[in-house]
Ligand binder design. Sequence first.
Ligand code: NDP
Length: 301
Amino acid sequence: MSATIIDGKAFAATIRGKVGEHVARLRETHGITPGLAVVLVGEDPASQVYVRSKGKQTIEAGMNSYEHKLDAGTSQADLLALIDTLNNDAEVHGILVQLPLPGHIDSDLVINSIDPAKDVDGFHISNVGLLGTGQKSMVPCTPLGCLMMLRDHLGSLSGLDAVVVGRSNIVGKPMAQLLLGESCTVTIAHSRTRDLPDVVRRADIVVAAVGRPEMVPGEWIKPGATVIDVGINRIDAPERGTNEDGSVKTRLVGDCHFESCAAVAGAITPVPGGVGPMTIACLLANTVTACCRANGLPEPE
Ligand code: NDP
């Protein structure tokens, strides 16, 4: 293995530390405690894990965490009513609705009902538009975390060829916007892209956000490229044995085949321990930013 491993876990801890310091200053100097409301509808196990983790880290950073767990059968009208209440609650500076929502609920409608100033996920259409036009916005947490790691590792990204594999609204598209904002030459690849290996091979920066375990092999990577692996995929790991109930143990892998990519890349993020921890750290940072903006105070850097 030749690549530098970009330690997202350590980087995220540094960000959380700075968030905690800022929160303490807000409380001591202005008597304000940032608050994050997280809304979970239904019992999706992965979502439950994320929401628990977000709540825990919010409290550890000294902020107020408000968790709203609703039944899977909650009506859209009731969910919209809760969001309206949170929009009008001065103690709540950030609102996050955990996706995916149950099928009977219109996710776009719900996201667009959040006050854009409290939309710490950056998914509201206003924030998407602001980001796309290079204006001050709430930046989606996962792409923001990826960008922070890239900047930290590479310094200026200007002029670099970046390929983002995946065009989702929550990762691929905002990631491409951010890289464009850094003056990269950006290609967005997706399931219809022709000659994907050749497209990826051109990239100085590869961001893989596909949701397919270990899809990108080392042969696709230009020697020395920086690889950001957003994917979180759980696969069977028979080599780890079985659980008490007889089921095969599992492990997490990214969208890139780590060993072969690390043999060629200049730097790579691991899974777990790369993009994942940065996402929650950026969520906390966005909540502090939203709180500062709401109170007319200087934003954290
Ligand atoms: P989506 O399923 O919304 O989007 C996946 C994208 O990958 C689509 O644009 C799709 O193309 C593209 N794609 C699928 N198959 C291929 C293929 N064979 N070749 C090229 N492109 C392909 O996923 P998300 O963006 O929500 O998430 C992507 C991954 O990132 C997942 O593993 C998810 O778990 C992870 N994730 C991790 C986060 C973190 O904090 N680390 C946060 C969010 C997501 P098309 O549009 O043509 O269908």
